[in-house]
Design a protein around this ligand. Structure first.
Ligand code: NAD
Length: 437
C-alpha cells in the first residue's frame, strides 16, 4: 500500500447502496437521519466518535478522527438499495422492530422516499425467504447489467459524485470457491451460463466492480472473496473489504480472548449459544446458511489464540457455536458464553457471559464507518482488499499468503496507524521516548 500523492477531497454527495434493506440497513439509514436532525448520537461509530493520538504523548495532539482524515460527512450521504420485498425504508424499519416507532415517525418522509430497487435473487441460495420484488433475466450476466443500469440511474437522479456498495443482504448458503471463481474469464463465462456456483451476492459484487464502485460484504457468504473478483478489483482499481460485520458474541470474543492470551491463561472450552428472532435468525435456521455463519464465527479463536505457538494453553480447546431461532426475542438477541479456563498449575475456572444485545444497534454504526473508510480508500487510489479495515469484520478478508488478524486491539492499532500513514503522520508503536536517541 503506497501513500498517495494526493487524496481527492470528499466533494459532493456519496451514494451508499445497500443490497438487502432489512434490519441492519434500515437501522443504519434511519440512524443517520436521526443524527442529522439531532435526535440521537452516532454511538458505536469510530469515524464519528473516535479520536487519534498524533506524535509524542507530550504533544497533546488528539484530534477527532473525522477532523483528521478527509472522510465524507454524514450530511453528504444519500441512500439506496435493493430488496426482494418492496417495503419502503419506513415500512421495513417498522417491520424489523429495531428502532422505536416514535423515532421512525419523525423521520417518516425521508424513509418513505427510499424504495428498494428490484433484487437479483434465487431461493436456492437463501432457502427460508421468497419475495416478489425480483429482477428477471436469462442469466446472471443480464442481471448484472441491470444492476449496473440501476447504479448509473441512482447516481444521476441523486446527483452523487461517488458511490459505495455494502452487502446487507441475508446470509447465503455455504459455497466453496471452485474453478468458475478462479479467473475473470471463467467467472464471466459462468455468469453467461448461470452457473449454480455463482450466488446473487457475487453478481452484485461483480456489477459494483465492473462499474468501479467500492464493495464491502457485511455477511459471511463469499461474495467478493474469490480470486476472479480480486482480479477485477485490481484491474479496475477498486477497493473491497469483508466479511461479516463484527457484532454481538464475536465482538465479545475478540475483546476477551486477546486479554486471556495476553496473561497466558489457558482455555479448555468455549461454548457459545444464541437465541434471536429476527429475519436474520430465521434465515440462519436453515442449516446451509448456518454453515456459512458457523465457519465465520469459528475461525476467530484459532487465529487469536495461536494454538500452534501455545499448544499447552490452547491446543485442546473445544469450541462450539450455536444459533437458535426464537421469534419472541425479535432483533434483541441473547448470547450466552461459557468459557472454561485454567490458571497457575492448571487450576480450572469458569467465565459466564450473558450478553443481552441488540444486533442491528451494534451493526448500524459499522455500516457507516465501512462506507466512509471505503470511500476514503477509493479517493486515496487504494485498491484490492483493505486489510486495515479488519476491525469491522468477523472474518476479515486478507491477502492469499497471510492469515487474518482477529484481535480487536491489533486491528484498531492497524486502522489508526494506516490513517496516520495516509495523512503523513508518524505511526505509533508505543515504544517509549527513552528508547529513542
Ligand atoms: N445484525 C448483525 O449484527 C449482523 C452481524 C453480522 C452480519 N450480519 C449479516 O448482515 C446481513 C443483514 O442482517 P439483517 O439483520 O439486516 O437481516 P434481515 O433479514 O433483516 O435483512 C436482510 C435483507 O436482505 C434481503 N435480501 C436477501 N437476499 C437478497 C438479495 N439477493 N438481494 C437483495 N436483498 C436480499 C432480505 O429480503 C432482507 O430484507 C445478514 O446476512 C446478517 O447475517 C448481521
Amino acid at each position: 500500500m503506497e501513500r498517495p500523492q494526493t487524496i481527492a477531497p470528499p466533494e459532493g454527495k456519496l451514494g451508499v447502496l445497500l443490497p438487502g434493506m432489512g434490519a441492519v440497513a434500515t437501522a443504519f439509514i434511519a440512524g443517520v437521519y436521526a443524527v442529522r436532525r439531532d435526535l440521537g448520537r452516532p454511538i458505536g461509530s469510530l469515524t464519528q466518535m473516535g479520536t487519534i493520538r498524533l506524535g509524542q504523548r507530550t504533544e497533546n495532539r488528539t484530534p477527532a478522527l473525522k477532523d483528521f482524515a478527509p472522510f465524507a460527512a454524514m450530511d453528504q450521504l444519500v441512500f439506496g438499495g435493493w430488496d426482494i420485498f418492496s417495503d419502503n425504508a419506513y415500512q421495513a424499519s417498522l417491520r424489523s422492530g429495531v428502532l422505536r416507532k416514535d423515532l421512525l415517525d419523525q423521520l417518516k418522509p425521508e424513509l418513505e422516499a427510499i424504495q428498494p430497487m428490484s433484487a437479483v435473487f434465487d431461493r436456492h441460495y437463501v432457502k427460508k425467504l421468497d419475495g416478489p420484488n425480483v429482477k428477471k433475466g436469462r442469466n446472471w450476466m443480464e442481471l448484472a447489467e441491470q444492476l449496473i443500469d440501476d447504479m448509473e440511474r441512482f447516481k444521476r437522479e441523486n446527483d452523487c459524485s461517488r458511490l459505495v456498495m455494502i452487502w446487507c443482504g441475508s446470509t447465503e448458503i455455504f459455497l466453496k470457491p471452485t474453478a468458475v471463481h478462479q479467473t475473470i474469464e471463467k467467472f464471466e463465462q459462468g455468469l453467461a451460463a448461470r452457473d449454480p456456483a455463482i450466488s446473487p451476492s457475487m453478481v452484485y459484487a461483480y456489477a459494483a466492480l465492473r462499474a468501479g464502485i467500492p464493495y464491502a460484504n457485511g455477511a459471511p457468504n463469499l461474495s467478493v472473496d474469490i480470486p476472479a473478483l480480486m482480479e477485477l478489483a485490481a484491474q479496475n482499481n477498486v477497493p473491497v473489504v469483508g466479511k461479516d460485520f463484527k457484532t454481538g458474541q464475536t465482538l465479545m470474543k475478540t475483546i476477551l480472548a486477546p486479554g486471556l492470551k495476553a496473561r497466558m491463561i489457558g482455555i479448555r472450552g468455549w461454548f457459545s449459544t444464541n437465541i434471536l428472532g429476527n429475519r436474520d435468525g430465521e434465515v440462519l435456521d436453515d442449516p446451509e446458511s448456518f454453515k456459512t455463519k458457523e465457519e465465520s464465527k469459528l475461525s476467530v479463536l484459532e487465529h487469536i489464540l495461536q494454538p500452534e505457538v501455545y499448544p499447552e494453553l490452547y491446543d485442546d480447546l473445544y469450541h462450539k457455536v450455536r444459533i437458535n431461532y426464537y421469534p419472541p426475542r425479535g432483533d434483541n438477541k441473547e448470547g450466552w458464553d461459557n468459557i472454561d479456563i485454567f490458571g497457575w498449575l492448571g487450576y480450572p475456572m469458569q467465565i459466564k457471559i450473558d450478553f443481552l444485545c441488540r444486533d442491528s444497534i451494534l451493526a448500524a454504526p459499522l455500516v457507516l464507518d465501512i462506507g466512509l473508510c471505503l470511500d476514503l480508500a477509493a479517493r486515496s487510489g487504494w485498491h484490492g482488499v483493505q486489510e486495515w479495515m479488519s476491525f469491522f469484520f468477523k472474518s476479515p478478508m486478507h491477502a492469499a499468503d497471510l492469515y487474518p488478524e482477529h484481535d480487536l486491539f491489533i486491528q484498531l492499532m492497524k486502522l489508526k496507524n494506516t490513517l496516520r500513514f495516509l495523512m503523513g503522520e508518524e505511526c505509533i508503536t508505543h515504544l517509549g521516548n527513552e528508547y529513542y536517541d
